[in-house]
Design a protein around this ligand. Structure first.
Ligand SMILES: [Zn+2]
Length: 633
């Protein structure tokens, strides 16, 4: 799947929607704490049945209608840390001011325009992820900009939202879908970009920048599941598809690339099907149970012998076509049957699963199918099987016509699976229980004057100010010790900047890796003291890890004393004498090699002085001495 793709030629357009949990003390619409609980700590459960209801605009949303086809019961686990608001037994309270402040801060960091008044809206969700059947969301700011090497990306909107209840596995609840109420109501900011992203690499860059800006506030939650990304992707000849729930930033590039592959493969498949004159009989679903009365297939026996099927004429071999890593066209069809609790089998892969050649022949005969055709069967009761197979027929018809616009679910492999149709426009209506909130100039002013520096800004400042390369500037700008770094560079200007960065990042990481407890023992003053001594050439930079190790064990000791105890302190007269002795003993070698003798001699001298004197100083002294010998002739 790694054919070279020219992204501008295929007309790639992508946009990101990032959801970040805020680290507020209380939830968005109640005073409950924003903590996640062990599911076994649950103290009660609620049961609800949700149907597609019309919005106040009078329309039933397409996605809502689709969801309503699977009649579902929802079971919610509650805790002593949740209240009647989460249960939808009490109306929501006023919007959380702390959450508003954080979202305004993020908006200003993104150069967005805050709204004058924040209005809470209801967005219909009917998958049960909210007990009241909608998610509350409030637009906070619009019209921001992010710059990337590949051009500017508009940031359309920043909303403050309540997080949804978390889906959980239920034991012995039949067909009910389970949710946990602890996450419901935790404030989220949702940042949506325009579809201005033109390459997978740019998508990764935008996600990284947004992530850094959010973290620079210091008021967002960290860890798995606290940040979730949705990506919408389209190519000119394809369709707009939204892929939801990417938790790992590193997957974003793959998600975009794999969606491009999927759309290109589906376009090729469409051409192939049209060439073959493929077709489906729209309403023809056959009851095939009779064929399997005496079957030895376990799958079919388990379904009570109920088998239904359809024929996809001209589709032979198509279901096995790979369209994404680990995904075939058959997987796209199976996404639909899975929603009705049924697996899918087809004649391209049969006989298998205990189904015999004779049974396959009878299947084909029922539909008058030839070797060019593909019979798809599901083993399930009539109601579920008919719904599942209707969806299969619809998806097969789409394959001959167009790529469906839809919402998909990100898979850990970087591929995706069908989730639901793209939601229509009828999803939002006003939440009358929550009063609007004025954003006055005073609040904005105080947030503006206290904005944190973004990582991106700090990195750029380090690149310019300290002449650091991209890698090192990035490393120290993101590092917890960045303020210490600036202090050291201000105080000891003759210390090499790369040495300071490496010491505060890589060297510390290596020491931690070696099991040395530097985190709990070493303080800023230790590092400042080390660089003060380095600045005065009191010891060689090669010894920095040894000094840190020593201080980690004896944090009460001063660096000058530590150098002495490690045996690093030297008398420069003795160093001079040592170099003179070594050089004088090698005069012949120097005459023979000329200036090239410096390298090998350095090795000999450093063996004696490593860590005690800076390598560069020794190098200079050895070179001078060698020059003397050569001039003497
Ligand atoms: Zn509550």
């Amino acid at each position: 799947m790694d054919e070279e793709i020219d992204h501008s030629e295929i007309g790639l357009k992508a946009g990101l929607e990032i959801h970040q949990q805020l680290d507020t003390r209380t939830k968005l619409f109640c005073k409950c704490p924003t903590v996640l609980r062990e599911k076994k700590e649950s103290t009660f459960s609620l049961k609800r049945y949700l149907r597609a209801s019309k919005s106040e605009m009078g329309e039933v949303d397409r996605a809502a209608r689709e969801e309503a086809k699977y009649s579902r019961t929802f079971m919610y686990k509650g805790y002593d840390s949740t209240c009647l608001v989460e249960n939808d037994e009490e109306p929501p309270r006023e919007l959380n001011r702390e959450a508003i402040d954080i979202s305004l801060e993020v908006a200003l960091l993104l150069n967005m325009n805050p709204v004058d008044e924040i209005h809470t809206m209801r967005k219909i969700v009917i998958d049960g992820s909210n007990t009241c059947g909608f998610q509350r969301t409030a637009l906070v700011a619009t019209d921001g900009l992010l710059s990337t090497e590949e051009g500017t990306v508009r940031v359309d909107s920043l909303c403050l939202e309540e997080d949804a209840a978390q889906k959980i596995e239920l034991k012995k609840e039949g067909s009910a879908v389970g949710y946990s109420l602890d996450r419901l109501g935790i404030p989220l900011v949702e940042i949506g970009t325009a579809p201005d992203i033109k390459t997978p690499e740019q998508a990764v860059n935008v996600a990284e920048q947004l992530g850094m800006i959010l973290r620079s506030t210091g008021r967002v939650k960290r860890g798995l599941g606290t940040i979730r990304q949705d990506i919408n992707v389209s190519i000119a000849a394809g369709a707009r598809v939204e892929i939801k729930g990417v938790q790992n930033l590193r997957l974003i590039g793959d998600i975009v690339r794999n969606e491009i592959t999927r759309q290109l493969r589906l376009i090729a498949l469409k051409e192939e099907l049209n060439k073959r004159g493929a077709r489906v009989e729209h309403h023809r679903i056959e009851d095939l149970s009779g064929i399997f009365e005496a079957t030895s297939s376990r799958v079919i026996q388990k379904a009570g012998g109920n088998v239904f099927g359809v024929c996809l004429y001209g589709f032979s071999g198509v279901l096995g076509t790979e369209i994404q890593p680990e995904r075939r066209f058959g997987s796209e069809l199976a996404d639909f049957t899975a929603m009705y609790g049924a697996g899918l089998m087809h004649t391209d892969e049969l006989p298998a699963y205990g189904i015999t050649e004779d049974e396959v022949e009878q299947l084909k005969r029922t539909f008058g199918a030839t070797d060019n055709d593909c019979v798809v069967i599901v083993a399930a009761d009539r109601a579920h099987a008919e719904k599942a197979l209707k969806a299969v027929l619809r998806r097969a018809e789409d394959a001959m016509r167009e790529i469906p616009k839809e919402t998909r679910r990100a898979l850990p492999s970087g591929s995706s699976a069908y989730m639901r149709p793209l939601p229509g426009a009828a999803r939002m209506y006003p939440e009358t229980d929550v009063p609007p909130v004025d954003i006055d100039e005073q609040i904005l002013h105080s947030i503006k004057t206290n904005l944190p520096e973004t990582f991106a800004h700090r990195k750029a400042r380090y690149k310019d100010g300290f002449d650091l390369n991209d890698e090192l500037a990035d490393k120290i700008a993101r590092n917890i010790n960045f303020a210490l770094f600036e202090h050291i560079m201000d105080s000891y200007k003759n210390v090499p900047v790369t040495l300071v960065v490496r010491t505060l990042t890589d060297t510390l990481t290596e020491l931690i890796h070696d099991g040395i407890d530097v985190e709990d023992t070493l303080e800023d003053r230790h590092f400042i003291d080390i660089f003060k001594n380095l600045s005065a050439n009191a010891f060689g930079k090669e010894a920095v890890p040894d000094v840190l190790k020593f201080l980690a064990n004896k944090p009460e000791i001063e660096v000058a004393k530590a150098i002495e105890e490690i045996g690093l302190s030297v008398n420069m007269d003795e160093v001079k004498q040592l170099i003179e002795d070594i050089v004088n003993a090698k005069k012949e070698f120097i005459q023979e090699k000329g200036a090239h003798a410096v390298g090998p001699l350095m090795g000999v001298v450093m063996n004696e002085l490593r860590g005690k004197v800076d390598g560069e100083i020794i190098n200079r002294m050895v070179a001078d001495k060698v020059k003397e010998v050569l001039e003497e002739g």
